[in-house]
Design a protein around this ligand. Structure first.
Ligand code: NAI
Ligand code: OAA
Length: 308
């Protein structure tokens, strides 16, 4: 299993590290445009192999895509992150050009690749990768919901005074400060609806804190987060590489599912060796449907800024 990670910055390197530590891939190739940067990150990570006990071979390349040839999975993290006070949508001007170029380069050398898109604004960048590569829709996956759901579980665990491992919950919709739809109605603590333990008011606060999870960290760190994003990407890569058939909310091209079409947005999907093997349509309440619809309108507005 060969995995390419484009962008050896904060998220790309974190993602490569988690993939290596989980020890399921034979090879990870890091690519960056900055001279010797990916090579340096790869060397630093390889020097953790004996310490962390993994056999994955990590190499780096300065924009030489021949080194990525035959990749099974590629992750696109190249592009600029936001600074405090910015929205993800404001990154489109620079990141669209980068994502377009990177995805074209990837498929030249790996025509069968499955691409996971991370660069923001992620739902729109995922749509752009469809338009650029023409890959089948099961092979293009946007990562946002896996991270947002992890943040939802973190906030739920805080509110419940319970470990995150005792909590389950999912966030669908666009990966934006206003577009996320945390499914509070379906969140559980060890199979018991969380509404049995906390008030509606507290649950609404959990949902609001979840939606601004990325912005909150950007304000604290001066740039956006990387540990949880890297871990979330590694979970998607592992599900595909190991054919796990796990459900994650991912941004995928919709064609009538949830009453939406011609956009990529976060909905639950089954991930396995063929990438997105199924889009799972769950019964949403009228209020949840309305929120998803509103979120989709936001994503479509951002898609409208693309020069296709
Ligand atoms: N979808 C999600 O849930 C998340 C998305 N992000 C997004 O991921 C992206 C990366 O974030 P960070 O790693 O924090 O940024 P970073 O600045 O640390 O790393 C980005 C890297 O991309 C490289 N790069 C730029 N243009 C390139 C090109 N044409 N080819 C190859 N490499 C290129 C840069 O040299 C840099 O090393 C941002 O757009 C950020 O908003 C970040 C966290 C979560
Ligand atoms: O907040 C950002 O800009 C980066 C991101 O998408 C996240 O951490 O959720």
């Amino acid at each position: 299993m060969k995995v390419t990670v484009v962008g050896a910055g904060a998220v790309g390197a974190s993602c490569a590290e988690y993939i290596a530590i989980k020890n399921f891939a034979s090879e990870v190739v890091l690519v960056d445009i900055k001279e010797n940067f990916a090579e340096g990150k790869a060397m630093d990570l390889m020097q953790t192999a004996s310490l962390n006990g993994f056999d994955t071979k990590i190499t780096g390349s300065t924009n030489d895509y021949s080194k990525t040839a035959g990749s099974d999975i590629a992750v696109i993290t190249s592009g600029i992150p936001r600074k405090p006070g910015m929205t993800r949508e404001e990154l489109i001007g620079i990141n669209a050009g980068i994502v377009k170029e990177v995805s074209s380069n990837l498929i030249k050398h790996s025509p069968e690749v499955t691409i996971i898109v991370v660069s923001n604004p992620m739902d729109t960048m995922t749509y752009l990768v469809h338009k650029t590569t023409g890959l089948p829709k099961n092979k293009i996956i946007g990562m946002g919901g896996a991270l947002d759901s992890a943040r939802f579980k973190y906030r739920l665990s805080e509110a419940l005074g319970a470990p995150a491992s005792d909590v389950d919950g999912m966030v669908i919709g666009g990966h934006s400060d206003t577009g996320m739809v945390p499914l509070t109605r379906l969140a559980t603590r060890n199979s018991v609806p969380v509404s049995e333990f906390i008030s509606e008011e507290r649950l609404s606060q959990v949902a609001e804190d979840t939606k601004v999870g990325g912005a909150t960290l950007t304000k604290m760190l001066g740039t956006s987060a990387w540990y949880a994003p890297g871990a979330a990407v590694s979970g998607l890569v592992q599900a595909i590489a190991c054919d796990q058939k796990k459900i994650f909310p991912c941004s995928t091209l919709l064609d009538g599912e949830y009453g939406l079409s011609d956009l990529c947005i976060g909905v639950p999907v089954v991930l396995g060796k063929d990438g997105i093997e199924k889009i799972v349509e769950i019964d949403l309440s009228d209020a949840e449907k309305a929120k998803l619809q509103e979120s989709a309108e936001g994503v479509k507005k951002t898609n409208g800024l693309l020069e296709l």
